[in-house]
Design a protein around this ligand. Sequence first.
Ligand code: ARG
Length: 737
Amino acid sequence: MKRIYALFTFALLMIQVAKADEGMWLLSMLDKMNFKDMEAKGLRLTKEQLYSINNSSLKDASIWFNNGCTGEFVSSEGLVLTNHHCGYDAIAELSTTQDNILDNGFWAKDRASERVPKTPMVVTRVVRVDDITDQVLAKLAGVAEKDRARKLTEIYKELEKKATEGSHFTATSREMFKGNAYYLFVLEKFTDIRLVGTPPQNIGKFGGETDNWMWPRHTGDFSMFRVYSGADNKPAKYSPSNVAYKPLKHLSISLKGYKEGDFAMIIGFPGRTNRYEFSQGVAMATDIVDPSIVNLRDIRLKAWKEQMIQDEATRLLLSSDYASVANYWKFFDGEAEQLKRNKVFEKKAAEEKAFGQWAANREEYKSLLYDIDQVYTLYKPYALQATYMRECIGAPTIMQLASLGFSLDALYFERDTIMKNKTMSKADKAKRLADIDSNIAKTCQLTLVALDEFNYTDRIIAADKKIFLGMLSMYYKNIPSSQWPEVFKKIASKIKNGNSEMVFAKYTDMVFSKSIFASKEKIAAFLKKPSYSKLLADPAFSLYKAHRENYLTNFKPKVDEFMSQSLALGRKYIKGLMEMYPNRYFYPDANSCQRLTYGTIRSYNPKDGVHYDYITTIDGVMEKYIPGDYEFDLPMRLVDLYKSKDFGRYAMSNGKLPVAFLSDNDITGGNSGSPVMDGDGNLIGIAFDGNWEAMSGNIDFDQTYKRTISVDIRYVLWLIDKFGGASHIVAEMTIIE
Ligand code: ARG
């Protein structure tokens, strides 16, 4: 008996120890989380050192990088580290076949050589965070659910104005716990950002799509930028006379390394999670939405790849789009697979069942589960509409180009309406028409500028034709005919005895030979001499317009209704859970604002009998090396340096050079580029990915499998210093040996 008892307590202890660290905590609400647990795991800093509005703190070192990633200050001169895949677009845009920094890498030898991105970038610093829950909820009292979103926008606007009055700061507000709490973020936005350095992409993206979202990993996924400001250290738009920004705080870098079980924390800007999703939502993801996205993206990727491997210039033009479409193509494949493997539906259903028992005799909650079921059942037949609008109909470039015609269409429509108006005075009419005509001229000008952003070369058009054809077939196969717009019904009516491929191929040929939107030259010529009848008669424009109107009138209202109802139900569910488990620490879903996650360096077992170590080294880079391969090639210089074992102070005590490591931190997309820090707040790595076995992570944090993949800071510095020969950049940093 005693032994059993001892075993039992041991098992309990194991569960405690083995529990991975779920939670994306707001730095300003450290009081509402388990700070003691952070200390127990190895944090040696105070709350004030993490977040302070009066003194510089770690929150000042972690910045929102270009509205989608995270970065961190690593010098007093505004130097920022982030991921290679976060700088990818800027790097690719600066690359040409003559000056191919995407393939060759780039290290600025001095300030003057730093590169100004073609598309301006933005770095956002959090000035402070205000809890505005009481004010918002007071103003929302009595507001009907359908008016809530609109009212919220008004409330935010007013509070944000008040919070930033008399300063150059901006503000943004966030709904937390689906509307049980609200926070306002005061921000400082910098827009003069310059590229300082990047490894060649066969280091920065080593392993390509094959290794993406997977461990063991060997990617040097980092790039470097510098934030510039006016002489007053305040944000200023690009000017050669701007100076390096002096951040309130920059991170010190530790070369001391870590071992299994050591404390690790991350401060970054996670984009979106849905951890309080209902079981019905999980089923919708695994059965309907995720597989559709994968199949649709497959068409785009195959058509692009075919052209990219044939021609370097095309590869450079399409690289960035390819990488981002491929990233979430694999993501959704993994999400569906792991939601099933990790039994997330069953887990959610069990949680809901327990909630149902608790709620059975509580008036406020007792019908909740039934209501959820109703809302999802009603919505299910339309669940693919939004996805298909975005990933199918809106995916071919020709459709995006056609969408440039929408503003003109609206103006011409207005013009026609005025022309037909019999009650308006002649003078009034003339004035209104003149106004509209000048608007049309202006719109044509702006559209020409927008057109400039598109790459639509012969090779890209050839790929686009395949994509267009593929999308028509997918739409035909997977969307019920009762949901088609008239135009599509007409095209499909020509199909006989299953010859849909032929019918769509003929139609595609017609569109690409006749449409204005099938070539940039034709669009430009049209904009110089625009005509309403030509626009309306255009086959690409009319197809897209029909689909868009079909969506807006018949399906968007259903999508909106579903969103608003499921949000309201989710709000109630979370409120109920908080009452049901009064001692549990709750954290809000990720929503693109600054968060902290803490945990430990940690290995894992991906499946029975297989162990994954928590660290990889450059030995593994060489093991994966395939000369000439699209994903696993390496620069000769790296191979040579490896042979000479010239790792200097960046080697571990066993002489090996570390490359990547694992921790059980809770991150998601948007955390890319985040600083991974030790218990003293020193930088040990840059987070860049999640692992395959926990791809279900946006909906459920898996206690066994969820890991963060980071590039070791020693590999980063070795690449800058020894590989790139840019020791002057390392010299700028604060390094602890
Ligand atoms: N999976 C990474 C993330 O979302 C991005 C990796 C980008 N690399 C690529 N091969 N597409 O954070």
